[in-house]
Design a protein. Sequence first.
Length: 121
Amino acid sequence: MCAQIKYTDGSTDLDIEKAGLKRDLVKELKIAYIFTAYGFERNQKKQYILEDEEKIFNFVTNGLSTLMNIADVYYSETFKSFKIKKKTKFNVKVSLNHVSVEFWLSAEDIPQDEVQTFWLL
């Protein structure tokens, strides 16, 4: 995941020096703190990068709303296409026979064909 702090009018990124705008350093620091608190690292291009899937999930489910309380957040089309599924309860049934062990697995909100691919992993 990649994020950047930008000044924008909603459709165009603004160069604050050329546009004669005054930077809101307090807000920028708050935003940078949120990114850092969720594990983002800043690169030379001034982008905040987060690669760990668990940290991304934590940021999207918890940190993003915090960020949206202090700044406007714009999503890329790729980001909009992601789907985050809530935790699902699995039901497992095990049967022991004299020569075999049988497993039955079912899950809420997951089609049976997807559950079957779980066993193939």
